[in-house]
Design a binder for this molecule. Structure first.
Ligand SMILES: Cc1cc2nc3c(=O)[nH]c(=O)nc-3n(C[C@H](O)[C@H](O)[C@H](O)COP(=O)(O)OP(=O)(O)OC[C@H]3O[C@@H](n4cnc5c(N)ncnc54)[C@H](O)[C@@H]3O)c2cc1C
Length: 297
């Protein structure tokens, strides 16, 4: 082996050793709609719980009337795994009195963590009665919850401007939120610039990157359009020619993208990562394993 290639191998080894479990992870799930999806969800929760996430969260479809399912999965997760489990709660589809009653019920059932969101407006809806900053205040008036809120490195699609969006985020933190979890993104620079802008206006809470392991590139492209998420050219190139390939090939490429992103971000000092698992464990587990997040004895 030449001197140069020996140095390259050494650099690679260092790169791999760099992240030996030095990161915290959290996982997001959604309520399943069929029995087989329910089975997949529980298999995933059981497998991923071994990685001792800081918390797991369960989404709630605003305007879908499925809050009870979110609640019952959260209770089951707590009972079956002992993990810290955080329900998502949206305010767009409930009155303040209903929200206070839900919050009290969560607190009385030992739920201390909530992901507080406004939720998407139904088509044609007017200005909402409450934004997420109001929900944070309402929750804090009920009890001292640990609250996560949403943040948008590439700007929320309805925001008047990037600066207005940032000020809204600051209000959520000032009202008592403990951290922000970002919309998924692939342009790492956007996240880093956003984090700098948060720091510059005095947001000290952690801006936890939301990582979406991509297993279906075609669906991603559609979804990214609605959510204002940029698909960089390098991502197109990674998936070019394999959109209809077998799942294993697509998963391997998706995992390598997420691993690269986490590596770069962690070199920039990011310690906490939130994974959008889409209720599947394979990709997220493999990514965490590679990054040194392993089951603890
Ligand atoms: C981590 C994460 C988890 C999510 N989980 C769910 C979920 O479980 N269920 C679900 O339905 N959706 C979920 N969403 C999507 C979210 O509900 C939508 O993006 C929604 O459109 C905005 O919610 P928000 O909490 O960010 O709203 P807000 O923070 O209220 O912001 C919404 C928009 O209004 C603007 N705004 C805020 N305050 C004001 C104000 N006072 N006046 C004028 N404009 C204002 C903001 O700039 C932004 O454009 C999630 C998003 C993320 C990033």
């Amino acid at each position: 082996m030449s001197f140069d290639s020996a140095r390259q191998v050494e650099a690679l080894n260092q790169n791999l050793a760099e992240l030996s479990g030095d990161i915290n992870v959290s996982f997001e799930f959604f309520p399943p709609t069929t029995e087989s999806m329910e089975q997949t969800l529980w298999n995933s929760i059981e497998r991923l719980s071994k990685l001792q996430p800081k918390f797991v969260s369960v989404t709630y479809g605003a305007n879908s009337g499925t809050r009870d399912r979110t609640h019952s999965i959260i209770k089951d997760i707590k009972e079956r795994t002992g993990l810290v489990a955080a329900p998502h709660l949206t305010c767009v589809d409930a009155t303040p009195d209903e929200l206070r009653a839900i919050a009290k019920d969560y607190w009385d059932n030992g739920i201390r963590n909530i992901v507080a969101l406004r939720g998407d407006l139904p088509p044609g809806a007017d200005k909402p009665a409450m934004y997420a900053d109001g929900l944070v205040s309402l929750l804090k008036s009920v009890a001292d919850f640990d609250i996560s809120v949403a943040a948008y490195p590439e700007v929320h699609p309805e925001a008047k401007s990037a600066q207005a969006d940032l000020l809204h985020l600051k209000r959520k933190i000032d009202n008592g939120a403990n951290r922000a979890i970002t919309q998924f993104f692939f342009d790492v620079e956007s996240y880093l610039r956003f984090r700098d802008r948060c720091a510059a206006i005095g947001i000290e809470a952690e801006i936890v990157p939301g990582i979406l392991p991509v297993s279906n590139y075609k669906t991603l492209v559609k979804f990214a359009g609605f959510t204002n998420v940029k698909i960089p050219q390098w991502l197109h190139q990674r998936f070019e020619g394999i959109a209809d390939d077998d799942q294993t090939t697509r998963n391997l490429v998706g995992a390598s993208v997420a691993i690269d992103m986490v590596r770069v971000l962690s070199r920039e000092g990011v310690k906490d990562f939130h994974f959008y698992t889409l209720n599947r464990s394979e990709l997220t587990y493999a990514i965490c394993h590679t990054l040194g997040v392993r089951p603890k004895a």
